[in-house]
Write a protein that binds this ligand. Structure first.
Ligand SMILES: [Zn+2]
Length: 87
């Protein structure tokens, strides 16, 4: 095992769950404070939290994109409206 200089090293075993809660925003109060304070001192947990946040950002962004009305649906709607307007 040579994880010492690996940026993808796993976080401390007891911190993994709470760091995930911090990243997704479900951790609050002292729990969040504890995790953030630990991550700022612990290299492994700091990297882990950073990667989690980036991953969640990307997921959120792609989800927003999927929820947005697709262009072809808008085009279909427009053509239906213009059909209605024609005599
Ligand atoms: Zn740690």
């Amino acid at each position: 095992m040579n994880l010492n200089h690996n940026q993808d090293a796993a976080p401390c075993k007891n911190m993994e769950a709470i760091l995930q809660q911090v990243a997704d925003g479900s951790a609050t109060g002292i729990k969040k404070f504890y995790a953030v304070a630990h991550a700022s001192r612990c290299h492994k947990c700091g990297n882990f939290l950073e990667r989690l946040r980036i991953t969640l950002d990307v997921l959120r962004e792609s989800k927003n994109r999927t929820n947005a009305a697709p262009q072809d649906a808008i085009a279909r709607l427009r053509s239906q409206i213009s059909n209605l307007e024609q005599p």
